[in-house]
Design a protein. Structure first.
Ligand SMILES: [Zn+2]
Ligand SMILES: [Zn+2]
Length: 343
């Protein structure tokens, strides 16, 4: 099968040298696994964290990609959920142990044995992908959704939904979104669908992202360090930097909360932390919390809401062989919504 492989880890070399399109053997499935013929796989900033070594793959070469939509090509002998021809989706959660305290208490995202798709096991930048059937989602795509519109919902959307849940948002609040790429533009649409009285304030360095936010009816848009016209109750940060977190802490009300939805912060931004003042940014019971991984329930719940409320991503389609181009555009902040590889 054709697949895009991460061959080498480097923060300096160009992506075209680190990623390559190759023919690799078709994965062989165990009795409890399904083989999915991948229709499309969305692109995530996490792939850049893997390639640069900030979130290193378990082994090389690695096939990245964790927002996968396709059809079951083959189901193992013990599979009971899926049959050949069913639509299947897979996200960042590839497996967990299913028996530790975290797994047994709805926190499989924190399982010490958590394995990530496209990082600890081969992912979806390929023609085929295999996973245990219990960790795949059975989907019935609504007529008005194409596979390309579903794929970005699986990480960008679902982890955005997890950030919303962790933010403890109530209708009528002021919400700040820092960064406005694949995830936060879906957070905006989700917030608008669930909480009609919210005011959403979007902070972004990119003119394109700010234009998209205004098109999507954000209440206010500004630069990362700009002072919004009203204080915020909650903020969700999806950037690789620290200045946005500091700006969020400065602009939230007492007892407000900042949720950081990023797998890693880039080391080159570490010095920005020196701007922190306890008095200005933390005093008055302000809180900060990270979002780690995802549960199957997050993906399931978010897909239900998205299908129901017709929450669709803004997206651009690329060919599998252009994966490096799509990722380079994320580095250069040519974003405007999500990017999807059609396979
Ligand atoms: Zn992702
Ligand atoms: Zn576990």
């Amino acid at each position: 099968m054709k697949a895009v492989l991460i061959q080498e880890i480097s923060a300096q070399k160009p992506l075209t040298e680190l990623l390559c399109l190759k023919d690799v053997p078709l994965p062989e499935i165990n009795e409890d696994e399904i083989l999915i013929s991948v229709k499309c796989c969305a692109v995530c900033h996490t792939e850049l964290d893997e390639i640069s070594g900030r979130a290193q793959p378990a082994y090389l070469p690695m096939i990245p990609g964790h927002q996968i939509v396709g059809k079951v090509e083959k189901a193992g002998a013990r599979c009971r959920i899926f049959r050949q021809g069913d639509w299947a989706a897979a996200g960042w959660i590839f497996s967990s142990c299913c028996c530790c305290n975290y797994c047994l208490n709805n926190h499989e995202n924190l399982c010490p044995e958590f394995k990530a798709t496209g990082k600890d096991a081969w992912g979806g930048y390929a023609e085929y992908f295999k996973i245990k059937e219990q960790f795949a989602l059975k989907i019935i795509p609504p007529e008005e959704f194409t596979p390309e519109e579903i794929a970005p919902l699986l990480c960008a959307g679902a982890i955005g939904f997890r950030s919303i849940s962790l933010s403890e948002i109530e209708d009528g609040m002021n919400i700040g979104l820092f960064g406005f790429g694949a995830s936060n533009h879906l957070v905006l649409k989700t917030l608008q669908a669930i909480f009609p009285k919210l005011k959403v304030f979007v902070f972004s360095r990119s003119k394109d992202e700010r234009a998209l936010a205004l098109k999507l009816n954000a209440y206010w848009c500004g630069e990362i360090e700009e002072e919004p016209p009203e204080l915020l109750d909650r903020a969700i940060d999806t950037t690789p930097a620290w200045t946005p977190v500091i700006s969020a802490l400065k602009n939230i009300k007492p007892a407000g909360k900042v949720v950081v939805n990023a797998i890693r912060k880039e080391p080159r931004f570490r010095k920005e932390l020196l701007q922190i003042s306890y008095e200005e940014h933390f005093w008055k019971e302000k809180k900060i919390q990270s979002v780690a991984n995802i549960t199957r329930k997050d993906m399931q719940s978010f897909l239900e809401i998205a299908f129901n409320k017709k929450i669709k991503p803004e997206f651009t389609v690329y060919k599998l062989e252009d994966a490096a181009v799509a990722l380079q555009e994320i580095i250069e902040r040519k974003i405007r919504g999500a990017k999807v590889l059609a396979i």
